[in-house]
Design a protein around this ligand. Structure first.
Ligand code: SF4
Ligand code: SF4
Length: 217
């Protein structure tokens, strides 16, 4: 199933939002491999990725996260692949132009605490940030000076935005899988940080525990 938002964007927008390291000629086939049931939840079909794609070859399964039985404490995170690097380029492209993300209760509280009026950002039906007619999140804006898209609430952005380009799948009550969403300009950039146990502890652990606590997985 193709993502309706991706269909809605059309080929020109697809070429525009591809990471610079992707060849424009691969855009249609890249995006035709993405299936998405809702924004921020992209499923990637690696087997149909074009041969020339530089992201090809990466396993979408990054790590297994095991909890101590019957608790919400992490026993260990076992990384299944080495060599993956990531640093967010703050391009606000893929994670922001495919719709407003789903919100946790604490995301809403954080935004309200910062002075944003709930009626102006909350899509009640989707329980997410309101999506503009062009499919982008209402908080993405164009930095015309640098010709880049930016998140206007970056420091208080929602949990799922902090998690991107990773996603977490629950296998059972004690076992979760950390996955990679390969549509991101920050994957394997030269100055990227190794995505390993330290990276998980520093950047992803708190997000993961927050998602578990909110029963969002
Ligand atoms: S997560 Fe990826 S797509 Fe989103 S702003 Fe960062 S580099 Fe860009
Ligand atoms: S809140 Fe910010 S990071 Fe999240 S989708 Fe919207 S613009 Fe992008």
């Amino acid at each position: 199933m193709s993502c309706s938002l991706i269909k809605q964007l059309g080929p020109e927008s697809l070429a525009e939002i591809l990471p610079s390291k992707c060849s424009p000629s691969t855009s249609s086939s890249c995006f035709s491999t993405i299936a998405c049931s809702q924004p921020q939840h992209l499923e990637f079909t690696a087997t149909t990725m074009p041969q020339r794609c530089p992201i090809m070859g990466l396993n979408e399964k990054i790590a297994e996260i095991r909890l101590e039985k019957g608790t919400k404490r992490i026993e260990k995170a076992v990384f299944l692949q080495n060599g993956l690097k990531f640093r967010c380029q703050r391009c606000a492209v893929f994670c922001c132009r495919l719709g407003g993300p789903r919100l946790l209760k604490k995301d809403i509280e954080r935004l309200e605490g910062a002075g944003y009026s709930r009626e102006k950002f909350h899509d009640i039906e989707q329980n997410g940030i309101i999506t503009r007619a062009d499919g982008s999140c209402i908080f993405v804006s164009m930095d015309s000076k640098h010709g880049l898209f930016r998140c206007s609430i970056y420091n208080i952005r929602p949990t799922l935005c902090r998690l991107y380009p990773f996603s977490i799948e629950k296998l059972n009550s004690d076992l979760y899988v950390l996955k990679l969403i390969p549509c991101c300009s920050g994957i394997n950039v030269e100055n990227g940080e190794c995505v390993d146990e330290r990276f998980f502890d520093e950047f992803l652990k708190e997000i993961f525990l927050g998602l578990i606590d909110s029963d969002a997985l």
